[in-house]
Design a protein. Structure first.
Length: 331
């Protein structure tokens, strides 16, 4: 009973966000609260569709918020959701997808841990006749999913590169912290590199930190010892950027600019600090992605028209506009 009351309260909170007009596309802390879903738990009601959700890592606030948006929107429409957390483990994600198939879900929302290793699970979903809405991060085998809903990731990286060019018109030396197994991160880095191309910038180092904040910190510590001059660090997401920022501060290197992608509350809080070296994040909206993904999935199940690809807007948040978006929630 308590779980049902909590679900109702969270649904009401997210609905209030849509009606509020104080800030542009900003959720409240309640909108961004984590909803713990017991894997395999028996549903109290059997009405409506049963959906499966598999994000990359539910310890990442972005995927927590995306799941909450999907869950809340589904429940408003009388449907149910079963959430699986692979914890950034590609093999485990495939195994959990099989569990969703066995649970006879009607459709699956999926963000792949690895864009290629997810293929066997996608083939099994296709064989079972279960539609897949690929969210946030594209799979490699795009012919095995019914629709994609995500961010314009290339633009999210591009706006960071454009801002760096404006701050460093003569060019400079750059470090890139990325995660090649994650296609969305690849698109962001590609957009960034296109923005700074032929503008006097040199990439000193680039390393796969697997989207992990601690690995980003350790790598950044090593680069700071090797290079006396680093003008900027481009990071594949905000957790990476926050790890790099910690290393930079501990080394007392006040001359390095840090960029991330997500527009997370933690990143915006850093950007809002006076004199912060975290100067920009290419912001996306997991709340809007979740709503659009639900609309798309239901249209698929009901044989209605739907877009096979939807890219939600991305934009740069800096100290100049962070107050417009707030630091206590996602866009």
């Amino acid at each position: 009973m308590k779980k049902r009351i909590l679900s109702i309260l969270l649904t009401a909170a997210l609905a209030c966000m849509v009606l509020a007009g104080c800030k542009k596309n900003v959720g409240t802390p309640e909108d961004n609260a984590v909803v713990e879903t017991e894997e395999g738990a028996e549903e109290e009601e059997e009405s409506g569709y049963l959906f499966g959700y598999s994000g990359i890592d539910m310890d990442n606030p972005y995927f927590e918020t995306l799941e909450l948006s999907i869950k809340t929107t589904l429940e408003e429409k009388g449907h149910r959701i079963m959430t699986k957390n692979p914890g950034a483990d590609a093999a485990l994600q495939n195994e959990q997808i099989r569990e969703l198939i066995e649970a006879d879900v009607d459709a699956v929302f999926l963000s792949p841990v690895d864009q290629e290793e997810i293929t066997p699970a996608l083939e099994e979903l296709k064989e079972a006749g279960i539609p897949v809405v690929n969210v946030d991060t594209r799979v490699k085998a795009v012919d095995l999913v019914d629709a994609f809903v995500g961010s314009d990731n290339k633009n999210a990286g591009y706006v960071c590169g454009k801002d760096l060019k404006e701050r460093c018109p003569e060019g400079g030396k750059v470090v890139i912290l990325e995660s090649p197994a994650t296609n969305s991160v690849n698109e962001r880095i590609t957009g960034f590199e296109e923005a700074i191309a032929n503008s006097g910038f040199e990439v000193l180092e680039r390393v796969d930190v697997e989207a992990d904040s601690e690995k980003a910190k350790i790598s950044m510590q090593a680069f700071l010892q090797e290079h006396l001059e680093i003008d900027a660090v481009m990071c594949g997401n905000d957790p990476i950027a926050l790890g790099a920022l910690q290393a930079i501060r501990e080394a007392d290197r006040t001359d390095i600019l840090v960029y991330g992608v997500d527009g997370s509350p933690a990143a915006k809080a850093e950007i809002a600090k006076a004199g912060s070296q975290f100067v920009g994040t290419g912001a996306q909206s997991p709340i809007n992605i979740g709503k659009t993904a639900v609309k798309t999935a239901i249209a698929i199940l009901e044989d209605k028209k739907y877009k096979e690809e939807t890219l939600e807007e991305t934009f740069l948040i800096t100290s100049e506009n962070v107050e417009l978006y707030g630091t206590d929630g996602w866009q």
